[in-house]
Design a binder for this molecule. Structure first.
Ligand SMILES: Cc1cc2nc3c(=O)[nH]c(=O)nc-3n(C[C@H](O)[C@H](O)[C@H](O)COP(=O)(O)OP(=O)(O)OC[C@H]3O[C@@H](n4cnc5c(N)ncnc54)[C@H](O)[C@@H]3O)c2cc1C
Length: 375
């Protein structure tokens, strides 16, 4: 399709939306992004990324910035509660022989890298703005915005996340996000020299650490919480410390001693959503967490959202029209996204029920292998 001079609107400036803007701009498409947050902020602690995400960064052109400001490393070390090494999960080098197979970075730093690349691409970003209505005809989509503007587009991409208003507008009957029964605690802490790649300890809860830069790492602890109740922030530090008390591993105890009421701790109940296809109505298509929000057991939520963007832009470039591009996009994405969401949920279930360690290991292995295949 000759897409030059065509106009695309992206609703939501998260990782998926920004990736879509960068890739579509490479094809000469006019791109507007509306992001509801006037500050375009990104919250949270660190984010862990596998080789497939680094491969996607390479295509986007942000890998060097990631390597400069984040941390890349090979393998995930698994340890017992007392710190005895059990195994190292291999992480294939998918972004090239010189690039380690995984890594992590502070979320706001990754958001800043992608925001700079988005602006540099020439996409027009409107902050503190969203749509109020989407009206389609055979040739395009008329969009009204909260800033009073009305514009016409050839394609609209909904990338506004788990609680997407675009999804609500397209599919009012769509399933709602589902609480998984687990929550995750995260804190950013100084990085001891022995933490040079991701480490995870086995126990009643699942703690792990991952370096996010040369000097810092983030701690994450996944906990089974049968109901999704409000947690008073005043209890965050003592609760996180209590979750680590049954782990005699000296490194984990040293980390535990650093957690105080001054620590920056983020608590997040884990929710998931897998929207059955179609993911589009006419010329409005959904990507990222709007259609496949996963729990972080495979550290691949951001990955599959960014990959959606790459695949959609690729199909827009190669198919004869928008409808064919959207259909081809959906076909290429379903199995991979289903696999990540469902396998992540299954890993969580095994953890909550104290299920088979062999099944857990087998799902981890097969999922990582599947993620390594090309998109
Ligand atoms: C606790 C937790 C830990 C995680 N850990 C990892 C991990 O280690 N590795 C990993 O790969 N993934 C992880 N994920 C998943 C990852 O964070 C998501 O998959 C990813 O952020 C999805 O990106 P997105 O752009 O699709 O959606 P979002 O990040 O939700 O972005 C949506 C954007 O749209 C904007 N928006 C919302 N509504 C509107 C509107 N009406 N109009 C305009 N804009 C709007 C929002 O402000 C936001 O900027 C984790 C998720 C959770 C909850």
């Amino acid at each position: 399709m000759n897409f030059e001079s065509k106009k695309v609107l992206i609703i939501g400036g998260g990782f998926s939306g920004m990736a879509a803007a960068i890739e579509l701009r490479k094809k000469g498409v006019d791109v507007d992004i509306v992001e509801i947050d006037p500050g375009w902020r990104s919250y949270g602690a660190g984010i862990s990324l596998g080789g497939a995400t680094l491969r996607a960064f390479k295509q986007l052109g942000v890998l060097d910035e990631f390597l400069r400001l984040g941390n890349a490393a090979d393998g995930v070390e698994i340890l017992t509660a007392d710190g005895t090494p059990v195994a190292t999960l291999p992480t294939p080098r998918l972004a090239g022989p010189d690039v380690p197979g995984g890594g992590a970075i502070m979320r706001p730093v990754l958001a800043m890298i992608l925001a700079q690349a988005t602006r540099a691409s020439g996409a027009q970003v409107r902050l503190g703005c969203t749509f109020t209505s989407l009206e389609q005809d055979a040739e395009g989509v008329e969009v009204n915005f909260t800033d009073g503007q009305r514009r016409r587009y050839d394609l609209v991409i909904g990338a506004d996340g788990l609680y997407s208003k675009t999804r609500e507008a397209l599919f009012p009957q769509a399933p709602k996000p589902r609480y998984s029964g687990q929550a995750v605690w995260r804190a950013v802490l100084p990085r001891p020299p022995e933490v040079n790649t991701a480490k995870m300890w086995m126990g009643r809860v699942k703690p792990g650490v991952n370096p996010v830069s040369k000097d810092e790492m983030y701690l994450f602890v996944t906990e089974h919480r049968p109901t999704n109740d409000h947690v008073d922030p005043a209890t965050f530090a003592p609760h996180l410390r209590s979750l680590l008390q049954d782990f005699p591993a000296p490194l984990l105890q040293a980390i535990r001693d650093q957690i105080t009421s001054e620590s920056s701790i983020v608590y997040r109940p884990l929710e998931a959503l897998l929207l059955p296809q179609p993911w589009h109505v006419g010329r409005v298509v959904l990507i990222g967490d709007t259609v496949h929000a996963t729990t972080p057991h495979l550290a691949s939520g951001a990955c599959i959202g960014i990959e959606d963007a790459l695949v959609l832009a690729d199909e827009v470039g190669r198919q004869p029209d928008i409808s064919a591009a959207i259909n081809a996009f959906e076909q290429r994405r379903w199995e991979r996204c289903r696999m990540v969401v469902e396998n992540s949920l299954r890993l969580g279930e095994i953890e909550m029920t104290g299920g088979s360690k062999e099944e857990h290991a087998q799902i981890m292995r097969s999922s990582l292998m599947a993620l390594a295949s090309p998109i």
